[in-house]
Every structure is written in structure tokens, then in C-alpha cells.
Ligand binder design. Sequence first.
Ligand code: ADP
Ligand code: MG
Length: 657
Amino acid sequence: MELEKIKGIGQAKIKILNRLNIFNQEDLLTYYPFRYDVIKKTDIRNLLDEDKVIIDGVIETNPNIFYFSRKKDKTSFKLNTGDKLLNIVIFNRGFLKSKLLIGTTITVIGKYDKKNNNVVASEIRFESLNDTPSVEPVYHITNGITGKQINSIIKNINIDIPDYVPEYVNDKYKLLSKKEAIKEIHFPTTIEKLKQARTKLKYEELFMFMLKINYLKNKNHKEGLKKIIDYNKVQELINNLPFELTKDQLKSVEEIYNDMIDIKQMNRLLQGDVGSGKTIVSFISLYMNYLAGYQGSLMAPTEILSIQHYNNIKKILPDLKIELLTGKTKTKEKNEILKKLKNNEIDILIGTHSLISENVIYNNLGLVITDEQHRFGVNQRANLKNKGTNPDILYMSATPIPRTYALTIYGDMEVSNIKTMPNGRKEVKTLLKKDSEIKSVLELMYKELKNNHQVYVIAPLIESNEESEMENVYELEEKMNKAFGKLYKVGILHGKMSNKEKDEVMNDFKDNKIQILVSTTVIEVGIDVKNATVITIFDSYRFGLSALHQLRGRVGRSSLESYCILISSKETERLNVLTKTTDGFKISEEDFKLRGSGDLFGIRQSGDMNFKLADLKNDYNMLLKAKEDSDYFIKNDLNKIEYKHIKNELAKSINLD
Ligand code: ADP
Ligand code: MG
């Protein structure tokens, strides 16, 4: 239902609501408050500094207004609370002067300022407090609209939205009806009722989430291709590698081989911390798939990483026909690749998520690998799978997922673990430095540069503003040039450069034609230059621990002593975790504790887990129930006519078939 149909709402307000991603009445009803204020009289006898105060009373003195400027002013008066006279101060409300008359009953909401013995009000209401506490919703707002206005617009909505929890499940847990829950979430009658409403709506989110995961999972449980692979040839490739595979790498290769020769479709996750050597395992897998006579594809989350994979795999498998396809491949070249792919003139296709766009048609796809799979959403993964007749699937991830969570998300997936690092690796030394200690940082960088080693410098991440992110790269480039430009070459890398430019810079860095690479987080995943021994990360407090761990993984990729320097004057306690451990598993758990679920899986951006109310950590038990219930529902009820609305809702986010 359109917003226009709501009583008393005009085009101007609609525009503002659109800014909050509200485009119809359903959006409004599910625009849940993010917090509630309990409006309850404060006991003002023992106030401590900064205590929140909610108190009503009668104005005792005429307000005294001091004007700092035309728009800045300070009003003060005394409030008689019945027990006590309180000094009230409020800023920039000079316009209330005519209403703040002696004898008027008001409610003041604010904070106690002990030093000046007054209450600094943030809000004044011209009414007294209720005897019973009331619960008031607080919404995320934007310029031009208040939470109160949102709340009263919602009051004028007369539609019902469907309940996506099957009735028998509602009964089982005694959940509120959707209608009642929506009403309570916006207009809570009691705290108890509000809790019930939140439980219901959280459960609904988790149910729909698990329904989607389970649906995709069931769909994946299929017969696949029984491959015939000449293992002697695989052994030959392994023998000719420039290094000896670690025990875990060999074991992973074996597990993958066994999956491939089985009729069951492979559905395997290859887990291993940064630098543990997953890539070579994926190349060997692609080779096995090739030996069986199938095309294979490897999807990486960034252009730079796919270019790197492309260059490396060509070295390992020089006789195979391998192509690169990314979002930046020129149309003519792209059409050529697509034609060859369809005609089976390409053995292996490497690329970014453009590999899953609709017009990419394979001749006989037998293996799909996604590197750093946590960066792709469930849908993207599913799409790639749909490209072939049940090709084998291998996911690779450096983000360790605690077993319990992995179970929920990946369910029946098999897991191969690379636990040991290649021989001779030293632990990266991690140093935390304040902004003011930049000199010692430059000295350390210089020491390494003098030893003919190379350095990464990471420009701080600036949220949702690529332009200023670039500015930061340029600023840092200038600083590095000032410090080292006479002796060393400084290069830059950022997301807005073309494929060709990126490739050139990366190659120059690999060939040591550039010694200092100033970059945004485009190098965060996967990039591999063994001679780089220092990574200096500016404003590191802006990053999650797992992201920093990934960045740190850019160095220490050989037997050289390496350093990760985190520069930050803020949040040093949080960042300190990194100086104490290089165990990616511990780090991701720590990140999880500090920042919540989205970061654990690193798929914040994918939208799969954008819960409005639920939280995987706090609501884990509920999630397990939702998993069970949705499983049962798929098996027994999904296609029943009375649950058509649930199926339709599911179809909105994934392809049903
Ligand atoms: P990740 O698991 O983070 O993707 P990579 O596959 O990029 O790690 O491997 C990191 C580096 O280690 C690469 O330079 C790779 O060539 C090298 N490497 C991989 N396996 C071995 C090994 N068994 N012995 C020595 N070096 C190895
Ligand atoms: Mg990798």
C-alpha cells in the first residue's frame, strides 16, 4: 500500500520517509523502534553526576534567558518538585519563554550536572508524569521528521501485514499474533507485552532466515557428477610445485578428490587462516576437474585478487586455457570470452562476481570455487551453483566460524581444515603505536626498506564515501614521498582504478619496482607478495579486528621477519587483542563479542543477516528452534495453499524451483 493513502501525509513527508528507506505502508509498520525510553519519575534524593533525570513539578521562578547569539541561548529557572527546588537549565529553547510561566506544570527530561548543581534538560513537556511508568519508542530519524511523528503516522495505518510464522508454531511458543506484535512494538502498553512483541518479531525474522538457508541447503543436496580423474597426473603436478605441500594441504586435496569421484555433489568448505595456503589447493582442484573433462570456475571477491589468481594459476597450469572475466573486462573481450566458454574453448574461468551474471553460460561446468566465500551472500553463491548441472562446490574462507554457528549457516557442508602454516613461517610482530609515535614507525619502515624489503601503507577507511577515501590515499602518498621519496618509489592502489592500472601497480609491487604501496583496503583479502615485510595501518581503530587480521596476513608470507604496525590513539584496548594473538579464530570470536554477529561472518554487506531485531549471539537458542521449525515446515507445509504468503515471501529473496 502506498504511503499516499495514509491519512494526513503529504509529498514532503513521503520524501523524507523515502530517505529512511520507507516506501510503502508495510515498510513503515516494520520500521521498528531501535530503543525504548521508560518514562518514570527519578528518585532525585541521591543524584550522581550525569545521572539521567525525569521529573515533574511546577515552575517556581521566572525563566532567566541569556542570549549568546541569535540562535544560541540558555534558559534557567527553578522547578518545585514537591520535595525539593531543582535548578533547571535548557539550551536554545528561548522560544519557549512565553510558555514557561510561574505555576505551570511541566516534566523535565535531562541529565544531572553535579558541579553546577543543576539539571540540564534535553526536553520539556507541558504535562505531569503518569503514576505508572510509560514506555516510549525511539526511532532512527533523519532531518525533517521526529520519532513522535513517525509514531503518529504509523497510528494512522490501517492495513494488516501477513504473519510469516505458521499458526501451529505461534501456538507452540504462545507467540503473539503478528497484528498484536506490530501494535505493541510501536505502541507498547506494558513492558511485559513489549517483550512478547519483540520475541514474536525476532522469531519471525529468524524463522524466515532459516527457512531460506534450509531451503537452499535442501536444494543443494543433489546427485552430482561422478568424475574420473587420473591421479598420477595430479601427483605429477604436486611433485613439480615450487614447494612441498603441508600435511593439511595434502589431506584437503585428498578429501576434495574423494568428493569429486563420488556421485554425490561436493559441497565443501576449505577453512584455513590467512596465509595457510588455500589457493594452491584450489588450483589443484581445478586441475583435477579439468582432468575429468569439465570446465571450472574460481570466483574471488575483488578484481585485484582475481587478477592475482589468474596470473598465478597460469604459471602452475601453463597448458590449460584460462581466462579472466571481471566487471571491468571490455565488452568486445567479454563477448569473445563468453563465446569461447560456451564452445568449451575455455578450461578455467577466473573472475569476480561477474561470473554469475546471467549471460555467462558454460559448456560443461564441473567445479565452482569461491574464494573468501564469506564475502558473498547466500544468493550469489546459489546463483553460481545454478550455472551447471550440479557442479561440485568448494568454498574457501579464512574467517573461522565457531562450530555451532557454522552448523546453522552451512549445515550439512563438509569441512576441510588447514591448521598448520607452511614451514619456516615466523609470527608477524604486531605493534600498536599512537599517532604521536609516527617517527618510530617511519624508522622501522626505513630499516626494512634498507634491507630491500617492501612496505604496505593502508589508508584509513572512511565509511560510504569513496571520494574521500581516495583523498586519504593521495594524502598518505604525499607523506610517504616526503619521507622516503628520494630513495624509494611509492605507488598507490584504490578501488576506483581500472583493471589495467591495478594490474600494473600490483605487478610493479611484485617486481619490487615499487617499494611502498599506499592502498585502501582493496588489498585486504588474498594479496600475496612475499617480499613485503611491513604493513602500516593508519587510523586502525576504524577497522574490525578480523579485517585487521586479514590485512596483517598480507605480510609474513615467507620466512622473513615481518611487522604489522597499527597506528591509533583510540580504542587501544580493543586493538591490543591483535598484539597478543595471531590466532584468527580467537580474533574473530573477540570481534564477535565486541561488534556482534554481522562481523563474525564478514557478510554485513551481503544483506543476508540484516536483522531488524534479532541478534545471532543473544538469540542463538531461538535460532536453533527456528532452524528446526523451518526444516519441518519445508518438508510438510511449504507448498500448502494456506502458507502461500510464506512461500511468496521466500521467493522475494531467492529463486524457488
Ligand atoms: P591463503 O590461505 O591466505 O589464501 P595463500 O594461498 O595465498 O594463502 O598462500 C600464502 C602464501 O604461501 C603464498 O605465497 C603461497 O604460494 C605460499 N604457500 C602455500 N603453500 C605453501 C607451502 N606448502 N609451502 C610454502 N609456501 C606455501
Ligand atoms: Mg586466499
